[in-house]
Design a protein around this ligand. Structure first.
Ligand code: HEC
Length: 562
């Protein structure tokens, strides 16, 4: 049994487990998942797809025809990319891809009325085989909907926004916004929206937009959930593929703006996100990774494309429900390690919720993982972006604030972090504004709650940022912050889904305003094709931006051309 359970893992394992239960006599409800796909008769297993040629390949024309039928008859439930949703299974992977064509044909013909899958026996046999051919062609494809299957465009009748609170309709590269505490509406000024996007495939004409003089190229595609990206001291780019548990290394930029090579540095990580090289400087000896439940590290020398040996676990982190990303940075002198750990909830009171212990904090450790203490607190989620100001050594963070108080509360923010500082969550926000859900609590903290440096659009989901130390962009960008805004769900008309610039005016200090820098990822109020997550400065001074909507990395360079 021991070996069996080691062998059992993921979806494959589950099926294997079902088989085993089937063998020892399972309740009939489980029998549907037996070795034969949905109890398909044994004869269907060997049945050949009549549209397949000698090599088993189906002509492209038949697959295309199947795709049209699929879009019309199946996509409404299974998603246009076969990604499934809720209790409707995915088709691009899993049992459907493991079953034979004959078994799938049989199931599509019979359906499973009691479980919500219609029978399609009334369709001509050839059409059913075309559909099967198409479904099989989805194997391994990304479950992203095409607009065709994603339903009608989602228009909004909302009035156009007025500054300082804006939305995607007016986000334009070069437009400056500034939100101050005086601008904030009262809580519950609007309903609390539930407006998460459907991510659709990028259409041929869609491309990110940057200010005049900048060019946007597709640096890498076909990634799996690329999140944070950091430039190693030797110029390689480390990318956390959080969904697949991997760290990738990408190297170089070809004349066409593409990566010269991609290598898998490490696998088997637990929702990896933060990446830091240690000690700071030109010759790191370790790569630290922020898994969701621990900081781990790998021995490293410049140029390594694969981790040397196994993960070393450095420090356990509070984890479980809620925000899962853990960014990791070192102080310039290498003496301290900072880890952003977001809250477990939207607004639970840490006084009465043990799960919030040491969360919504920036934690500080020694580089060996010892000596944990809270460096700053009341920061709902700085796990998405921590950075050290390269000149002053100051710690900065990018923060996702809370939801549920209406479209225009509470602003996300970017700020330098004061040691021991309290940033409000969950009792206060943006200084001494009390969260109505915690009325009357912690009056003594009211005047302690710090107003952050830069207030961003509420619900923007501000993630990774970087200080621009490159030489390529015009001088006015020197030292400025670039940040990826993953995009809202708790706002009636979506905002974010862009890269922004926070000017520091050559002073290293923010004055509150920010500027839309790269936009164009939103299709309409229901659909987006891209979602910026990470951003880093490349060796040549261009910006690389990860996008976990289109699973790609964009390169933004300055050419000066109009
Ligand atoms: C009304 C919603 C709906 C529509 C339309 C629909 N399906 Fe399904 N489909 C389901 C549900 C629900 C299940 C799960 C049934 C079960 O578990 O027994 C399912 C199961 C399946 C499975 C088995 C997947 C698995 O992992 O077990 C296949 C294959 C499949 N559908 C193909 C299709 C095809 C092809 C079409 C279009 C011709 C289609 N479906 C249309 C709802 C739908």
């Amino acid at each position: 049994m021991k070996n069996f359970f080691r062998w059992v893992g993921g979806v494959e394992g589950l099926t294997a487990l079902m088989v085993l239960i089937g063998l020892v006599g399972a309740p009939s409800s489980l029998m549907g998942q037996n070795a034969h796909f949905h109890n398909a008769p044994a004869s269907t297993r060997a049945q050949k797809n009549p549209l397949a040629g000698a090599g088993g390949k189906v002509a492209a024309g038949a697959v295309t025809a199947g795709g049209k039928l699929y879009a019309d008859k199946c996509a409404g439930c299974h998603g246009s990319g076969g990604g499934g949703a809720g209790n409707v299974p995915a088709l691009y992977r899993g049992a459907t891809q493991r079953a034979t064509d004959g078994e799938v044909f049989w199931f599509v013909t019979e359906g499973s009325a009691s479980n919500g899958m219609p029978a399609w026996g009334s369709l001509p046999e050839e059409e059913r085989w075309e559909i099967v051919s198409y479904v099989k062609s989805l194997k391994g494809a990304r479950p992203v909907s095409k607009m065709a299957g994603a339903g009608a465009p989602v228009k909004t009748n909302a009035a156009m926004p007025t500054e300082p609170f804006v939305d995607f309709r007016v986000e334009e590269p070069g437009t400056v916004h500034k939100i101050t505490v005086q601008d904030l509406p009262a809580p519950y000024g609007t309903d609390s929206a539930d407006n998460g996007p459907e991510v659709v495939e990028r259409s041929a004409g869609a491309w990110p937009k940057a200010p005049p003089g900048f060019k946007v190229e597709l640096y890498a595609t076909g990634l799996e959930n690329p999140r944070l990206i950091r430039t190693a001291p030797n110029g390689d780019y480390f990318v956390a593929e959080s969904g697949s548990g991997k760290i990738l290394v990408l190297r170089g930029i070809t004349a066409e703006g593409k990566a010269e090579l991609t290598s898998v540095f490490a696998t088997g990580l637990k929702q990896p996100y933060g990446i830091a090289f240690y000690p700071p400087g030109e010759k790191p000896e370790w790569v630290y990774v922020g898994d969701t439940d621990a900081v781990v590290r790998f021995a490293y020398q410049n140029g390594d494309l694969k981790a040397r040996g196994r993960t070393g676990r450095i420090a356990a982190l509070p984890h479980g429900s809620g925000h899962w990303t853990r960014d990791v940075r070192f102080s310039l002198d290498g003496k301290k390690m900072f880890v952003g750990v977001g809250s477990a909830s939207n607004v639970d009171d840490p006084d009465t919720t043990p799960g919030e212990n040491n969360r919504a904090d920036i934690l500080e450790f020694n580089p060996d993982g010892s000596g944990m203490r809270v460096y700053a607190y009341g920061i709902r989620n700085a796990g998405g972006g921590l950075e050290i100001q390269p000149k002053t050594g100051e710690l900065w963070c990018s923060v996702n604030e809370r939801d549920g108080l209406g479209d225009n509360l509470v602003p996300d923010y970017i700020t330098h972090v004061q040691e021991g500082g309290f940033y409000g969550w969950p009792w206060w926000y943006m200084g001494g504004n009390q969260d109505p859900r915690h009325k009357g609590k912690h009056a003594e903290l009211k005047d302690k709650a710090i107003v952050p440096d830069v207030l961003l659009q509420p619900h923007n989901a501000s993630l990774e940022f970087t200080f621009y130390e490159g030489k390529q962009f015009p001088a006015k960008y020197a030292g400025d912050i670039f940040t990826s805004e993953h995009g809202s769900w708790n706002k009636a008309v979506r905002a974010g889904y862009e890269v922004i610039r926070v000017p520091l005016h050559g002073t290293g200090k923010a004055s509150g305003e920010y500027e839309d820098f790269v936009t164009g990822f939103v299709v309409d109020n229901g659909h987006v094709w891209g979602r910026p997550v990470g951003v880093t400065v490349a060796g040549d001074g261009s910006l690389l931006v990860t996008d976990d909507g289109s699973n790609s990395i964009w390169r933004v360079s300055y050419t000066g051309a109009k």
